[in-house]
Design a binder for this molecule. Structure first.
Ligand code: NDP
Length: 518
């Protein structure tokens, strides 16, 4: 039996350690039922300290095992397959973005027409390229002003919303423990930045008229080149910084393969100064704040072109708006998700946040500018219902896990005390820790039901665009690949981290996304 584990490196558990991995049904096991939360917690602390002492003073072979590198974040060593995947992604991702945006601009959002025309000789790559707008001075100015404005809001405006909004958690918050055992502090002010940005956007559209609300759509391709320039610059900066002045050297991972390190990142939570966290900033601000602004710009373009905004455009704006607002309302929770806890910051996140996210997550709105689909009342209601149901599942599942972890299993889920699997793991510094895996509520239906909700919402955005073109469905296809890959990646990590505890958990909850199917 395996129990107390190094992350990713299993070892046989001692008989005492084997006891650490137990399935708890609806609360604590019988022998602990009479004890309160506090005694359970102090019990756990005591147990952790005893175990830590045992590990630290352990036999030679135990300390030898501790010296072995623990598995966290991305791989330590690069095999040929990983390297080829990295090179393929590095080469294809910018091209995919370009292809989709160009297909809308030149081929009315048809994905097949450019290929067929190229095949039949009706057009050539050079002819397509000649029609692509290049970066302009005004696009560069707009983009620079946009990023600088977000950076100023992020760094210079400490959060005040958490003082006035009941239930909102903002201000200085702690992130998850890094593999080296550090706990970073973050200035959480995303909701405030989002509100200020959108209030200014609406005030401009209504009163100031400094720029037209269609400005993003009107400069979409020139802005894409600017976003690419920033994406590559950020990734390069992160790579150089990791070599010359890393923020937390203990949390760096070098594989020795330059391409892999550049792409997947070396530093875990790179910072400039004390507060400017590259990962939190780039994912949230130029990326996700922009998402809703881009959609608003598309709606304004529809209004300008057709004199009205279609119900499908309203649905896309509404459903994606809820998703984005939810992200900022729960920004503190986001500090504990895989992106922040386990992914290193390199091209994958840096370029992805600057280019992939704003350009491909907004394809539905872009499509609707070219094809203003008007849904029947029944179709619109079905899309709305699917989108809201998906959002509910996504949010409720994430909330259940969050509440469960924060209350250490003390809060009821669906009106009953939660069931869970308790297990132990060892961090890279050799410390022994305990953790609990929830098996109640949505987490009893499937191991990643939060992803299932996300996929239902994704399908709703796409379905709002009707069924005549493939392009708007890219999002749900991409999210399915991303989230299934995430399931596999996360489960591989958790299996290494929790060992036999994870096996008990997967026995208790056998399906990943859809109960009875997968
Ligand atoms: P999760 O929030 O599901 O976090 C996974 C981690 O939670 C695991 O590594 C494990 O961490 C812990 N965990 C797993 N199972 C349990 C359990 N049963 N009980 C308690 N803890 C458990 O994954 P993500 O961070 O990937 O996703 C967060 C949300 O963000 C999801 O809803 C996802 O849909 C969404 N998302 C959206 C994306 C987008 O582009 N729109 C991209 C990625 C995610 P530990 O080591 O602490 O045990």
């Amino acid at each position: 039996m395996y129990c107390l584990t190094c992350w990713g490196k299993r070892r046989a558990a001692t008989p005492e350690e084997s006891d650490d991995c137990r399935v708890f049904r609806h609360g604590c096991p019988a022998e602990k039922k009479s004890e309160g939360l506090h005694s359970r917690v102090s019990d756990m602390k005591g147990a952790t300290e005893v175990t830590r002492r045992r590990v630290q003073n352990g036999s030679q072979s135990a300390s030898d095992k501790m010296a072995e590198p623990a598995q966290w974040g991305r791989a330590w060593e690069v095999d040929w397959f990983s390297l080829l995947s990295v090179v393929a992604l590095l080469c294809s991702a910018p091209f995919i973005v370009f292809f989709f945006v160009m297909a809308c601009d030149q081929f009315q959002c048809s994905l097949t027409r450019p290929l067929l025309e190229l095949y039949s000789g009706e057009t050539t790559l050079l002819a397509i390229w000649a029609r692509v707008p290049f970066a302009t001075c005004s696009a560069a100015k707009i983009y620079a002003a946009w990023v600088a404005f977000q950076a100023v809001l992020y760094t210079c405006l400490p959060d005040v919303l958490h003082k006035v909004l009941p239930g909102y958690v903002g201000g200085v918050q702690e992130g998850a423990r890094t593999p080296a055992g550090l706990i970073n502090k973050y200035q959480i002010n995303g909701l405030q930045c989002w509100l200020i940005t959108h209030a200014l956007w609406l005030a401009n559209a209504r009163y100031f008229l400094w720029f037209p609300p269609t400005v993003i759509f009107d400069n979409w391709i020139p802005l894409m080149w600017c976003a690419n320039a920033l994406g590559y610059a950020v990734a390069t900066f992160a790579f150089v910084k990791a070599h010359l002045f890393p923020t937390n050297p203990q949390d760096c991972k070098f594989t020795g393969n330059v391409l892999y390190d550049y792409m997947m990142g070396i530093e875990f939570n790179p910072r400039v100064g004390r507060w400017f966290d590259l990962k939190l900033f780039f994912n949230g601000r130029p990326g996700i704040v922009a998402w809703t602004l881009i959609n608003l710009s598309y709606a304004a373009k529809q209004q300008e072109l057709y004199g009205h905004v279609s119900n499908s455009m309203l649905l896309v704006n509404l459903l994606q708006g809820i998703y984005v607002l939810d992200f900022f309302w729960n920004e503190t929770w986001y500090l504990k998700t895989i992106d922040i806890c386990h992914d290193h910051f390199g091209w994958y996140l840096g370029w992805g946040d600057c280019v992939w996210l704003p350009y491909l997550y907004t394809l539905q709105g872009l499509y609707l500018v070219y094809h203003p689909v008007q849904l029947s009342a029944a179709q619109a209601a079905a899309v709305l219902l699917l989108g809201l149901a998906g959002y509910y599942v996504f949010r409720a599942a994430n909330h259940q896990k969050d509440v469960f972890r924060r209350s250490d299993g003390a809060r009821a889920i669906w009106g009953r005390p939660p069931s869970f699997v308790e297990c132990s793991y060892r961090s890279q510094d050799g410390g022994a820790h305990r953790s609990k895996l929830l098996t109640s509520g949505f987490w009893g239906l499937a191991r990643h039901f939060n992803y299932t909700g996300d996929l239902m919402g994704s399908l709703a955005y796409c379905a709002a665009c009707g069924s005549t073109h493939l392009l708007p469905y890219f999002y749900v296809v991409y999210m399915s690949v991303l989230l299934v890959h995430r399931c596999v990646r996360d489960e591989h990590r958790c299996a290494g981290k929790y060992g036999a505890g994870w096996k008990r958990y997967t026995d208790a909850v056998p399906y990943r996304l859809v109960p009875g199917v997968f």
